[in-house]
Design a protein around this ligand. Structure first.
Ligand code: UGA
Length: 419
């Protein structure tokens, strides 16, 4: 085991999770090599440019260079490999393991000829049972190779901050000696460490995301009732959050959640539950409520603009949350689809997400500034970018899905979705 003391790290898959992991360990002084199949991404990273918009990560990458390569064989120069391939959803909700299984297969082939200890760390979000049933068998017959699960809890927009100051570090292990290596690697961080088996570690990740999503759908349901009763859901959440059992965060009512994590992870957990003969009603209701929020928003818009045909509807915010350029499963997608069906003309603006949205909707109008969107017949606020809090909404009809105070105070007609 002494060979692992140098702790040279390779990170396989340089998406937001991989790149953050690579930069984060580099900042802690470890030797890190990033590996990805995309040569353009690798060139950018070697030039100190982040291929994704993540403010702190981009700044750190400029200062702390991470060596990146497309040459998979470089893993042989490391002692620990973090596998960070994405696990996108498939049509039936189950995860597509392609970006995990392919590198695992390559890794297993390479490690056959390494002849020294190597720890493989699964950081990708994989459903309970995946490591035992799918990943571990590739390494059977390689006693010098250990496996650990180490799910990530990084939020887009604050990924590097979350990595450097983790709420907890979860380590799944089937042999304590390998887990010890990960524990010693994470000594440089200050966070509680949970050590458990593979399946429990995998489930902690899904249960955490499902719980956060359930808080959002719960407060949105309360908010929808509040709206009818003339109550402000934000005041209600404030009163709830002081109860430590409920906890602070993910109780901001509004248009609902999106992103590349919650929707896909809940679908995967639902699919897994059904596979083992359990009907996950609560999880399905979280999704149903979330899917209904965009319709609810259009309903509120129609109170003030009954016929949307040929009306110009402004959309402020296209990304699934602020401080990212990611539009995955953004509620903006469903809102734009519904508006187009009703014959509305769309004028949209987002500080970072327009290039991605354009790939899905090439034929809508993209405004050069947020101010230009305010010249529309009505405005929908879909993402709470800071700059939307500094606009002059006087004279506008606004339906707000994210609680932007400036709009709440100044708009001519204002509808908050849950307040
Ligand atoms: C989520 C989790 O928060 C991370 O802990 C986890 O590591 C990550 O998924 C993952 O699986 O990799 P993320 O999707 O980046 O992170 O973003 P969140 O900040 O959780 O927001 C998700 C969605 O919920 C966004 O659309 C956001 O606008 C919405 N949201 C969040 C609300 O509508 N209300 C809230 O109170 C909070």
């Amino acid at each position: 085991m002494s060979q692992l003391n140098g702790k040279a790290i390779s990170v396989i898959g340089l998406g937001v999770v991989g790149l953050t992991t690579a930069v984060g360990f580099r900042l802690k002084g470890y030797t890190v090599t990033g590996i990805d199949i995309d040569p353009e991404k690798v060139i950018k990273i070697n030039d100190g440019i982040s291929p994704i918009y993540e403010r702190a990560l981009g700044e750190a990458l400029k200062k702390t260079r991470v060596k990146a390569t497309t040459d998979f064989e470089q893993v042989l120069k490391s002692d620990i490999s973090f596998l960070c391939g994405g696990t996108p959803g498939s049509a039936n909700g189950a995860i597509d393991l392609h970006y995990v299984q392919t590198p695992v297969e390559q890794l297993a082939q390479l490690l056959k000829r390494k002849g020294r200890p190597h720890l493989v760390v699964i950081r990708s979000t994989v459903v309970p049972g995946t490591i035992d049933e799918v990943i571990a068998p590739y390494f059977s017959g390689l006693p010098e190779v250990g496996i650990c699960a180490n799910p990530e809890f990084l939020q887009m927009g604050t990924a590097l901050e979350d990595f450097m100051s983790p709420s907890r570090i979860v380590i799944g292990e089937n042999d304590r000696k390998w887990g010890d290596i990960l524990v010693s690697l994470y000594k440089a961080f200050s966070a509680p460490i949970i050590r458990t088996d593979f399946k429990t570690a995998e489930m902690i990740k899904y249960a955490s995301n499902a719980c956060l999503a359930s808080k959002i759908s719960f407060i949105n349901e309360i908010g929808n009732i509040c709206k009818k009763l003339g109550i402000d859901a934000y005041g209600v959440a404030e009163g709830m959050e002081l109860d430590g059992r409920i906890g602070v965060g993910h109780l901001r009512a509004g248009i609902g959640y999106g992103g590349s994590c919650f929707p896909k992870d809940i679908a995967a957990l639902v699919a897994k539950a059904k596979e083992v003969g359990y009907q996950p009603n609560v999880l399905q209701q979280i999704v149903a409520l979330n899917n209904s929020q965009p319709k609810h928003m259009i309903g509120l818009l129609k109170k003030h603009v009954p016929s949307l045909k040929d009306k110009v509807i402004g959309i402020l915010g296209l990304t699934f949350k602020p401080d990212t350029d990611d539009i995955s499963e953004s509620q903006a997608i469903y809102i734009v689809e519904m508006l187009l069906k009703e014959g509305a003309k769309i004028r949209a603006y987002d500080p970072q997400g327009m290039h991605n949205f354009q790939k899905l909707f090439p034929n809508i109008e993209y405004a050069s500034s947020a101010e230009k969107v305010l010249e529309s017949d009505a405005v929908l606020i879909v993402t709470e970018w800071d700059e939307f809090g500094c606009l002059d909404y006087k004279g506008c009809i606004v339906v707000d899905g994210r609680r932007v105070d400036a709009a709440r105070k100044d708009a001519r007609i204002y509808e908050g979705i849950c307040w």
